[in-house]
Design a protein around this ligand. Sequence first.
Ligand SMILES: N[C@@H](CCC(=O)N[C@@H](CS)C(=O)NCC(=O)O)C(=O)O
Length: 203
Amino acid sequence: MKLYDDAIAPTPRRVRMFLAEKGVDIPRVPVTIGKGEHLAESYATRVPSRRVPALELDDGTVISESVAICRYIEALHPEPNLFGSTALEQARVEMWQRRMEFELLLPFANAFRHSHPKMAALENQVPAYAAAQKQLAEQRLAMLEGDLARHPFIAGDKFSIADITAFTTLAFFPRLVGIAIDERVPQVKQWFDRIAARPSAAA
Ligand SMILES: N[C@@H](CCC(=O)N[C@@H](CS)C(=O)NCC(=O)O)C(=O)O
């Protein structure tokens, strides 16, 4: 197995953090987005979406989409489980994972992709869309403050893939789109610092 990986981008970091939580080591092949390596034909023939990360199995099968990669790893290495164990836990983790992906990650990512000069080569930038997405990101961040006042981790009492999605989002995008994680969202800040202290956050 090998993992196509970019050292800076937030989505590959999701998979690295997941693997670190599992204690699983997979050889990595760097695909540097900043150098346009993900657009090379040699990569596109393996990964038609031209996105990173992607996991290539020994028989040549390629799994892209970070959550699909994490689910595959969870099936191979069930413990510590990060997608939940009981039926209810799995449903809760799925619910929060989807919320963090659609409601937090996507607005932050879209605000960044449509406004940051470094993304101009990769995105047909629409400044009004960036502004609208930034507003949604700010609103979801304020809502997250309330969520984290009710439970210590995103999906409840246990660390899960939903924490990884939210953490890697908030560790990368806010500064780049002019949003601060500060005393206005103390619960988020406290949760963020707790997750940042986990050894997997260094992955
Ligand atoms: N939904 C995909 C998103 C993958 C993705 O967009 N990765 C970014 C890096 S964070 C990328 O490859 N960007 C290259 C580009 O936009 O051309 C996943 O979860 O794996």
